[in-house]
Design a binder for this molecule. Structure first.
Ligand SMILES: [Fe+2]
Ligand SMILES: [Fe+2]
Length: 197
């Protein structure tokens, strides 16, 4: 399937092509490691989960509006350079193609479901590393006096949507505490701690 050398090459490619070092460390690496760790518990292939995880968001560096399509393209290039066989390439690129959606484990491979749900879970667990940019963007867009309620509502809506992706009970249990902490953090926001959130 994948040799250690191929995996190293793919990780190097991801590190070099990520939209930022912070995003690579704070999100893509975690999705890769945590997907790999969850894989055996759900009968999924650890290598497919790990490598689709590390490559899944690279497209943000090319076109944030169509990051999934661009990630598929970059992953295809990386897998070709690493001389990965066609069937493994297909499974990895297919898993990237289905991320950011609610998936039915009876219709897509378990590797896709694991990576997709862990991706959502990592948003909650590693929030500070991942979503600073999203939050700062929001702060800059919204003016006082409605800033606080608007920021809170927008963050909560995003949290609730992201949470709906996590459906497998095993993955749900894994991230339950992080989801609750994240929501509490939003509720605790006040005007005075808004900019240090
Ligand atoms: Fe994504
Ligand atoms: Fe992601």
């Amino acid at each position: 399937m994948l040799s250690q050398e191929q995996k190293k090459q793919l990780w190097d490619f991801a590190r070099e092509n990520s939209q930022s070092h912070l995003y690579f460390i704070g999100h893509e690496s975690h999705v890769a490691w945590e997907s790999r760790r969850m894989a055996p518990k759900l009968d999924a292939d650890p290598d497919i989960c790990e490598i689709s995880g590390v490559l899944h968001d690279l497209g943000y560096s090319v076109d944030p509006k169509h990051h999934i399509r661009e990630s598929q393209g970059l992953a295809t290039t990386a897998l070709k350079e690493a001389e990965v066989d066609p069937s493994t390439t297909y499974r990895i690129v297919h898993s990237i193609a289905t991320h950011d959606a609610i998936l039915d484990p009876f219709r897509v491979p378990m590797e896709n479901v694991v990576m997709n749900e862990v991706d959502a879970g990592c948003f909650f667990r590693h929030y500070m590393g991942l979503a600073r940019w999203m939050y700062n963007d929001l702060l800059n867009k919204v003016e006082q006096p409605e800033r606080l309620p608007k920021v809170k509502t927008s963050l909560l809506e995003h949290a609730i949507e992201t949470e709906t992706y996590i459906r497998l009970p095993l993955i749900r249990r894994e991230y339950e505490e992080d989801i609750e902490k994240h929501k509490e953090r939003i509720q605790r926001m006040t005007d005075s701690n808004l900019s240090s959130y």
